[in-house]
Design a protein around this ligand. Structure first.
Ligand code: SAH
Length: 220
């Protein structure tokens, strides 16, 4: 398949899976139209890159369904001066979408081999505003705080306290919270009066494993 073919499929994805389901922020739609999602997944899956479901990326992890990426990004209400923290780099696709919309992206994963692959694609595609780190993202990235936006792309049993602490005043944290099988997309906003919670429907993510997440051992 040619790059033109992928571009056509990407436009169709934005129209039929994302705009059609109510994501309307023009900057988010433009980023989803621009970033070549196929580049972030294993080559043998490229022909499925623009389909309406998550895909395996190795290490038992998945790249999220395109609609969920767009919805969570819209919930972050990004401005082009924002500094964003992402927990769960995975393929790097969500980080690239964030890099289109914010000034600086900080992204962490606990699996070093996934980060190495993602870094190679960031370089290949010319993203110079993404910083990466290996480690337990439930502890956040204290040296780089505060963040105007934080996104967690793994399912958490509760909102990790270090992350709300590292949010700027007026900042937004988007995180799936629930049990191992299903979670609710949750937006936590830091206001002068305290934390405000909003809920945006169900989703299913791989587990967030760490000090303020799930324990490593156990069945899924
Ligand atoms: N945003 C990714 C998808 C993430 S899949 C994308 O666009 O492709 C979830 C990722 O969260 C996995 O890569 C997993 O290794 C990572 N993860 C799970 N627990 C973590 C933790 N405590 N800290 C950092 N990353 C974590």
């Amino acid at each position: 398949m040619t790059e033109d073919h992928y571009t056509t499929m990407r436009h169709r994805m934005v129209e039929t899976q994302i705009a059609a389901r109510g994501v309307s922020d023009p900057r988010v739609l433009a980023a989803m139209t621009k970033v070549p999602r196929h580049r972030f997944i294993p080559h043998h899956l490229w022909d499925q890159a623009y389909n309406d479901y998550p895909l395996p990326i190795g290490e038992d992890q998945t790249i999220s369904q395109p609609y969920i990426v767009a919805l969570m990004t819209e919930m972050l209400e990004l401005q082009d001066t924002d500094r964003v923290l992402e927990i769960g780099t995975g393929s790097g696709y969500q980080a690239a979408i964030l890099a289109e919309l914010a000034a600086q992206v900080f992204t962490m994963d606990r699996v070093a081999s996934l980060l190495t692959q993602a870094e190679q694609i960031f370089t290949l595609l010319g993203y110079s505003n993404i910083k990466t780190r290996v480690g337990d993202g439930t502890l956040g990235w204290p040296e780089a705080m505060p963040f105007e936006a934080i996104i967690v792309t793994a399912g958490a049993p509760q909102v990790p306290r270090p992350l709300t602490e590292q949010l700027a005043l007026g900042g937004r944290l988007v995180i799936p919270v629930g049990d191992r099988w299903s979670q609710t997309l949750t937006c936590v906003r830091k206001t002068k009066e305290g934390l405000k919670f909003e809920y945006h429907g169900g989703c299913r993510f791989v587990r967030l494993i760490g000090e303020h997440g799930w324990q490593e051992a156990g069945w899924t």
